[in-house]
Design a protein around this ligand. Structure first.
Ligand SMILES: [Zn+2]
Length: 209
């Protein structure tokens, strides 16, 4: 979505012709005690940085994974407490859900600057609610559809055309609502070839915040 590109404010990395090429990896719906460590291991193995949009209950249950994520140089954004479409919440309930997630993170000394809403859905109240808390909304424009359980090579082929300047890749390190797979191993397997593809196109994964 064009909005995501416009809002991509990560520091630019250099490129051969001096024009910044921007690329970011993002993972939603964690942290997950089984899959987040595997994603972090894969990122470390290829020396890549990513941004994690976390769920409040998962962060509360696995604070050590939030600590590890940040210690290894990744960014943490807020996703939600309850994974509900904003169109199904009124402004008061939506703000309460966000604040509940933020309070969990604040107890972990994390104060996110970025917010990805569940399913990327926005309601009329979403932007003012974000603005009131100093949060920048972040979407995506390169969807791995990893929740479906496709093989890593299938996902790589499907997402490859979108790996270009301004790409924000959506993947998941947890099994959120709607996931039709039983694990995130193909997402883990996708990381190395996806980062290699981006690097072959002159882009280094950058943090969104
Ligand atoms: Zn989600």
């Amino acid at each position: 979505m064009p909005r995501a590109i416009r809002e991509f404010q990560a520091p630019a990395s250099g490129s051969a012709n001096g024009i910044p090429r921007r690329f970011a990896l993002t993972f939603d719906d964690g942290p997950d005690p089984r899959w987040t460590p595997a994603v972090l291991d894969a990122l470390r193995a290829t020396n890549a940085r990513a941004t994690f949009f976390v769920l409040g209950p998962c962060a509360a249950a696995h604070p050590e994974l939030i600590v590890r994520t940040r210690a290894e140089g990744h960014a943490v954004g807020v996703h939600a407490y309850e994974h509900v479409r904003h169109t199904e919440l009124d402004a008061k309930a939506g703000a309460a859900d966000l604040d509940r997630a933020l309070s969990v993170l604040e107890r972990l000394d994390v104060r996110p600057e970025i917010w990805r809403t569940p399913w990327g859905v926005e309601a009329a109240w979403t932007r003012p609610t974000a603005a009131a808390r100093g949060l920048r909304l972040v979407g995506w424009n390169a969807d791995t559809h990893d929740w479906r359980g496709d093989a890593a090579d299938t996902m790589l082929a499907a997402v490859a055309p979108a790996i270009e300047d301004g790409a924000i890749v959506l993947a998941h390190d947890g099994l959120g609502p709607g996931a039709t797979r039983s694990g995130c191993e193909e997402t883990v397997a996708l990381i190395d070839p996806l980062v290699a593809l981006a690097r072959s196109r002159g882009m280094e994964p950058e943090l969104l915040a």
